[in-house]
Design a protein around this ligand. Structure first.
Ligand SMILES: N[C@@H](CCC(=O)N[C@@H](CS)C(=O)NCC(=O)O)C(=O)O
Length: 243
């Protein structure tokens, strides 16, 4: 199967959760948004796909994965589809539901991290919502971030994977997504994350384990991995961070 991933070209964004799974799974895929516009890529290539009706199942927003005739959107839904095909989730139904459930929790965390810099509206500039962003980020750092990280750390402590994996005893797409969220949080909130890292050793170990996997390490070192930047989900505004 040759997959086509549709995602905006200049940010990691939510497309990155899908890319990590495709890369770790050794999948054959085209990152359509990163193709030149002359080859049907770039923003216009992604936008065109969103305008095209697919049996009345036009996706609302990217990332979108094309797999043969299927056009699948919603990050967690895409990973639920790819997981079994790329060997990134155990066979048992309970484990598959668990991986999907964790992916949805991570999606909630991603929205909350994003909303620290855009608490009022996505359509407004950060500079137009700075006082609200300061309040939101303070609350995020003090309450929400420790709550989410504490939850995942406890799962690793209690789980059957010997503290190494979130689902079962081997790597799953939930581990890859956990890695991506931690990397994004490190970029956006380096001081807060440094303070919190002391109490979350298993998460730190998971982050190292994923980044050291041969295919992931090769991907991270390649030009396919865009650096985090100030246009993505995770943004570093020093005034929103504190240790
Ligand atoms: N819940 C969706 C969110 C999709 C989403 O918000 N995509 C962003 C890019 S990361 C987008 O382009 N949204 C356009 C919009 O919301 O109008 C998912 O997890 O895939």
């Amino acid at each position: 199967m040759k997959y086509r991933l549709y995602y905006w070209p200049h940010i990691q964004g939510r497309g990155e959760f899908v890319r990590l799974a495709l890369e770790e799974g050794g999948a054959d895929y085209v990152d359509v948004g990163r193709l030149p516009e002359s080859e049907g890529g770039g923003r216009p290539g992604v936008a065109r796909m969103l305008e095209r009706a697919a049996d009345g199942r036009t996706p609302f927003a990217p990332p979108v994965l094309q797999a043969g005739k299927l056009l699948i959107s919603q990050t967690a839904n895409i990973l639920q589809y790819l997981g079994p095909r790329l060997g990134l989730v155990p066979k048992a139904e309970a484990a598959r539901l668990w991986a999907h459930q964790l992916q949805l929790v991570l999606a909630d965390l991603v929205v909350e991290a994003h909303d620290t810099h855009h608490p009022i509206a996505k359509s407004l500039y950060y500079e137009d919502q700075k006082p609200e962003a300061l309040r939101r980020a303070e609350n995020f750092r003090a309450l929400r971030l420790p709550k989410f990280l504490g939850y995942f750390e406890r799962l690793l402590e209690a789980g059957p994977g010997g503290g190494r994996h979130l689902v079962g005893k081997s790597l799953s797409y939930a581990d890859l997504s956990m890695f991506q969220v931690l990397a994004g949080l490190d970029y956006a909130f380096p001081k807060a994350m440094k303070s919190l890292s002391v109490s979350h050793p298993k998460l730190a170990a998971l982050q190292r384990m994923v980044s050291g996997r041969p295919r992931i390490a090769a991907y991270l070192a390649s030009s396919r991995r865009l650096p985090f930047n100030q246009h993505g989900l995770f943004r570093h505004y020093p005034e929103l961070d504190q240790g």
